[in-house]
Design a protein around this ligand. Structure first.
Ligand code: TAP
Length: 808
């Protein structure tokens, strides 16, 4: 240790500044170092007397004995949450807002205790728990107290799901809990939450704060436990919505468990986020960005900047600067206020990271660990690590390491940077460093990521949605979009169920498989890439009219046809970038051309479906009106600008989901078809549509309407045929970004949700409920546009020098 001032100036060494653990240990003593479940406002011991230990990963010291929940515990928590629901929802919004406000105040009052307890339990630096985790958690409760207050005016026609099951990870235990509980309560749900096995303590302290706030018993229930407890929650029939944050593997399992159950689901999963540094970046700032991006919280951050993409001209310089900075990063006791990195959450995590780093080196990466010598050898400490010469196909460029390891790659042009950045199955976050704001803003929309930070990293705020694209999951936490995840349209509760008979009738009585294709004139083909295409199998289906007579034939599409249609939709990506005015224009053209042929469509509806001419006219008229509605929305469904408490704005851009698979019902075949493709088009998404199996001729009659309305090739693709078979291929396809299922088959929703597991595409299914396509509350509006849109928050700093950057 240096002893004189001159030497201290030279080395910048300073002594330890430990935070006291006394109050936190006293809190644990107050619980006899035993934490049960918190159910119905009381502490209860586990039904099966199963316990596990919570350990301080920095010291190996046992902190407490923790209850491990089994089915019986989850059952009683769900029972308590169900019983509490009525009373909680009977409160007026202001009363609920006051509870959330009280919780925010109590978090602030207990901030120090929460921060120390979190650090002891998780191993993360006290500086971070104190300055980031706890503050942000309080901010979430304040923000959501606001949503609770204005719920009815902000979300008219929406209601809470009911009992919500929430499962969270160990990397930001208290913050993740706040992200889950605050919006759930604000929307009027009650909660059963399971913290991670490694980090159960701050959730227990929060339960105490709920008691202190006078929250009605059963509104928040905390069931401690391991993965099996989480599984009990996700499959519980009494739970209406599951919100999960954790690994992509477990996210997949949960998608599978909940498929077809009617449960709503949001998944916040893993990431492999890029930090892109251009030659014209302020390199010293960028170095700090990398430090924050990958070494915050020991790199155990879902949105960690774990891939560093450097423009070739500055790569060497930047690496040199980083090496120097890495040497100065201090790894040590998490309670020391002067350290930069604490301990990993567990020994298991240490081994996983070390194994991946060794694989990286074996595959040819150069290992850089300048601070290794100063890294403590006792406890789960891992030095800041950089891997150089990484190739895009290397394991360490693809797999989420979830530790303090950054993989460095280089690029030449912005185009190449976009390609490299998007070369990942994940899509959570990205950070761009450039002093050229035009370049940065040009890149941001092209990156497949839910959050983009310009000249900054790891910025979060309760008003700005956070969540991913692709295998990073679906749904957002925070902001308006985060609230929608805890609400559902109120009309859903009144919808009738499809009857099995309706479905059978469709396949058996109306569509008959025919060997070969009749004369070209009589068989309506498929519509792929703006052209009529013969079905790959060269089979057709005979379609009967309402009197049981042959009305015509349509191509019987197969897997290959779906694949071709998806490819055509992918090629039409430019539609998402088209001027919104153009989208509006084309939707109006379709309406105009349909209107010109209204008589013909009316007759077709009468013949096929057996409706009266008046009913057919009503359907055609409503279809034209609906096209106008989405023409109207196309240049008005804009994004938002958020003003988080930092010198930044966050621009919430509404981006098209991408390629949408749409499965149509049989009823009102023209109106339902229009009601589904038009919002997708307005939002800039491209569709592959499986029209009604019973009345596909309505859709095929529209080909000419599309052709004469300037619909760009590939924006609408139609594959006729057997619904169930085609739906499966569509929902399994990895290039399909979302599937909407409104088919009349009662088992279709299960099929779609199960088949979506491969690339974790978004799904929107009818759960066997039949909507009234004439009812505008049910069949048009922003709900549809939201399902065709991804929200990307782009954080942009402003101002220079002092005062810029973080407010937390
Ligand atoms: P997981 O192993 O997925 O665990 C997350 C939670 O799920 C834990 O509470 C875990 O319980 C529980 N769980 C395990 N198996 C389960 C099952 N079969 N059914 C239901 N629940 C189950 O993830 P982790 O290792 O704790 O966390 C790291 C991962 O989370 C990383 O991939 C990271 O990127 C991701 N993450 C994402 C975000 C966002 S916002 N996208 C934020 C933080 C972390 P136990 O802990 O008791 O095993």
């Amino acid at each position: 240790m240096s002893t004189n001032v001159a030497e201290i100036f030279e080395t910048m060494e300073y002594g330890p500044a430990p935070e006291s653990e006394k109050t936190a240990l006293e809190w644990l003593e107050g619980h006899q170092k035993t934490i049960g479940h918190f159910i119905n406002g009381k502490w209860v011991v586990p039904a099966k007397s199963k316990w596990f230990d919570s350990v301080n990963p920095a010291t190996g010291q046992k902190l407490a004995k923790i209850a491990c929940g089994t089915k019986a515990d989850v059952d009683s928590a769900v029972k308590a949450a169900t019983a509490a629901l009525k009373k909680w929802q009977a409160l007026d919004n202001h009363a609920r807002a006051k509870y959330l406000y009280a919780l925010a105040r109590l978090i602030q009052k207990n901030a120090r205790l929460l921060a120390v307890l979190e650090t002891l339990d998780n191993g993360k630096p006290i500086r971070e728990t104190r300055d980031l985790d706890v503050n942000l958690a309080a901010r979430h409760f304040y923000h959501h107290a606001g949503w609770a207050q204005i719920l009815d005016t902000a979300f008219p026609g929406y209601e809470a799901h009911g009992v919500v099951g929430q499962v969270i990870p160990w990397n930001f235990p208290f913050l993740m809990m706040a992200w889950k509980i605050a919006p759930a309560l604000a929307a009027g749900n009650t909660v059963v939450l399971k913290p991670a096995e490694f980090t159960p303590l701050t959730a227990a302290l929060f339960a105490e704060l709920c008691v202190e706030a006078g929250l009605p018993a059963g509104v928040v229930n905390i069931v401690q436990g391991d993965g099996s407890t989480g599984a009990e929650i996700t499959k519980h029939p009494g739970i209406a919505k599951i919100a999960f944050t954790g690994s992509t593997d477990v996210g997949r399992l949960i998608r599978e468990t909940t498929a077809g159950s009617g449960k709503a689901l949001t998944l916040e999963l893993g990431g492999k986020s890029p930090t892109i540094v251009f030659e014209n970046a302020d390199l010293d700032s960028a170095v700090e960005g990398v430090v924050d991006g990958i070494w915050l919280n020991q790199g155990e951050v879902c949105c960690a900047g774990s891939r560093l993409l450097l423009q070739e001209g500055i790569a060497d310089k930047m690496i040199k600067k980083l090496k120097r900075r890495m040497k100065n990063l201090r790894v040590g006791s998490p309670l020391d206020k002067a350290i930069d990195m604490g301990a990993l959450a567990s020994d298991e995590q240490y081994k996983k990271i070390d194994k991946l780093v060794k694989i990286g080196v074996k595959e040819g990466a150069e290992l850089v660990q300048p601070g290794k010598a100063d890294c403590p050898t006792q406890g789960c400490f891992y030095p800041p690590t950089m891997l150089l010469n990484v190739q895009p196909a290397d394991t360490v460029a693809e797999v989420e390491i979830f530790g303090p390891v950054v993989s460095v790659m280089t690029f030449r042009t912005p185009e190449e940077a976009v390609q490299l950045a998007n070369n990942s199955r994940y899509g959570l976050a990205a950070s761009i460093w450039s002093e050229n704001i035009n370049l940065a803003l040009d890149l941001a929309p092209r990156l497949k990521a839910g959050v983009v930070w310009i000249n900054s990293t790891n910025m979060f705020d309760a008003a700005c949605g956070f969540g991913g694209y692709r295998e990073s999951g679906f749904g957002r936490e925070g902001g308006r979009e985060g609230m929608y995840a805890y609400l559902k349209p109120a009309y859903l509760s009144d919808l009738p169920k499809y009857k099995n008979a309706e479905n059978k009738l469709s396949a058996a009585a109306h569509a008959k498989h025919v060997e070969g294709i009749d004369s070209i004139d009589r068989t309506a083909k498929l519509y792929i890439g703006g052209k009529q295409a013969r079905p790959d199998g060269a089979y057709s289906l005979s379609i009967l009219n309402a009197r049981g007579k042959l009305a015509g034939q349509v191509g019987e599409g197969n897997r290959k046809d779906i694949r071709n249609a998806v490819e055509a939709a992918k090629k039409a990506e430019g539609w998402g970038k088209a001027a919104h005015h153009l989208r509006a224009q084309i939707l109006y053209y379709i309406a105009e051309n349909l209107s010109a042929r209204a008589e013909e469509f009316k007759k077709r509806l009468v013949d096929l479906t057996g409706v009266t001419p008046a009913q057919a006219k009503k359907e055609v008229d409503e279809s034209i009106r609906r096209l106008f509605t989405y023409g109207a929305w196309a240049d008005k469904y804009d994004g938002d600008v958020h003003y988080p408490p930092a010198r930044m704005v966050a621009v919430a851009m509404k981006e098209p989901v991408g390629t949408l698979g749409i499965v149509c019902p049989d009823e009102n075949p023209l109106l339902s078809f229009v009601s589904l493709f038009a919002p997708a088009m307005a939002a800039g998404s491209r569709s592959v549509i499986i029209p009604s199996e019973k009345y596909p001729l309505i859709a095929t009659d529209l080909y000419q309407v599309f052709d004469t309305s300037d619909v760009p090739a590939g924006v609408i693709n139609i594959v006729t045929g057997r619904r169930a078979e085609l739906t499966k291929t569509l929902a399994e396809h990895d290039d399909v970004d979302a599937v909407w299922y409104f088919g009349s088959d009662t088992t279709g929703s299960l099929l779609v949700e199960k088949a979506s597991i491969g690339n974790l595409k978004r799904t929107w299914v009818n759960n066997g409920l039949k909507r009234d396509w004439f009812d505008r509350t049910q069949a048009e509006g922003e709900e549809y546009l939201r399902h065709a849109t991804e929200i990307k928050n782009v954080w942009i700093p402003y101002g220079e020098g002092e005062g810029g950057g973080k407010a937390y």
